[in-house]
Structure formats: structure tokens, C-alpha cells
Design a binder for this molecule. Structure first.
Ligand code: AMP
Ligand code: ZN
Length: 115
């Protein structure tokens, strides 16, 4: 059994505030939101990060991308939203199970600040 935090959430061993679930995906609210709406869409299949995805995951990744706007709307984000995928330590990833952050509802600043 995987020790991975999000695998434990997928298996229901750690509670989460569920947004959506089907056979291959789960969406749940971020425990430490950065905006009024901040939830995560994760594949139930464990992949460490986007860097570990291969051609065999193309359809799954496509379905995740298509589901994101649908769930965002259902969460009230009719005006748009931000999607973030942190990949690897260099990308600031903290939980090594692929996930898409879906963020919105507040004042969303520019993603990259130039000094
Ligand atoms: P990342 O930096 O992209 O790996 O994001 C990990 C995210 O997981 C952070 O935004 C955390 O707030 C979130 N997180 C950590 N533990 C939990 C949990 N038990 N339930 C929901 N979200 C969590
Ligand atoms: Zn996992």
C-alpha cells in the first residue's frame, strides 16, 4: 500500500472535503487554500508528477483538463480560474502525487512577478 498522502485520501484513509469523484479521478478542497475557491483534481492512479506521465496517460490527462473547467463552474468560478501543476522540487511540488490546483474567486494576482 502506498504511503502517499493523496493515495491515502483517494482510499478514504485520510478525510478530505470532496468536490467530485469518479472511477479514475478525485477532486477535494485544499486544506490550506490560497483563494476563496481552491481545490485539487487528482488521478486515482499514482503518478509522482507530470514528469512521470507517459503516452499511456494521454487520455487520462486530457480528461482531467476537460473536467477542470466543469468543476470550476460548479464551484461558482464563472469568471475564470487558475490551474497550477507544480512539478518536482524545482517547481515547488510538495505532495508527490500528480495534481492540478484549481484556484479562483478572489483577487488572483499575476502568476509571475517580475522584479
Ligand atoms: P503542491 O505544492 O503542488 O505539491 O501542493 C500540495 C498541496 O496539498 C498544498 O496546497 C497543500 O495545502 C495541500 N494539502 C496538503 N495536505 C492536504 C490534505 N490533507 N488535504 C488537502 N490538501 C492538502
Ligand atoms: Zn499517490
Amino acid at each position: 500500500m502506498s504511503d502517499c498522502l493523496f493515495c491515502k485520501i483517494v482510499r478514504g484513509e485520510i478525510p478530505s472535503r470532496k468536490v467530485y469523484e469518479d472511477d479514475e479521478m478525485l477532486a477535494f478542497h485544499d486544506i490550506n487554500p490560497v483563494a476563496p475557491v481552491h481545490f485539487m483534481l487528482v488521478p486515482k492512479l499514482h503518478l509522482d508528477s507530470l514528469a512521470e506521465a507517459g503516452n499511456e496517460h494521454a487520455a487520462l490527462l486530457g480528461r482531467m483538463m476537460l473536467l477542470a473547467p466543469r468543476l470550476a463552474k460548479e464551484q461558482g468560478l464563472h469568471n475564470g480560474f487558475r490551474t497550477v501543476i507544480n512539478t518536482g522540487k524545482g517547481g515547488g511540488q510538495e505532495v508527490f502525487h500528480l495534481h492540478i490546483h484549481i484556484i479562483g474567486g478572489g483577487n488572483i494576482p499575476p502568476m509571475v512577478r517580475r522584479n
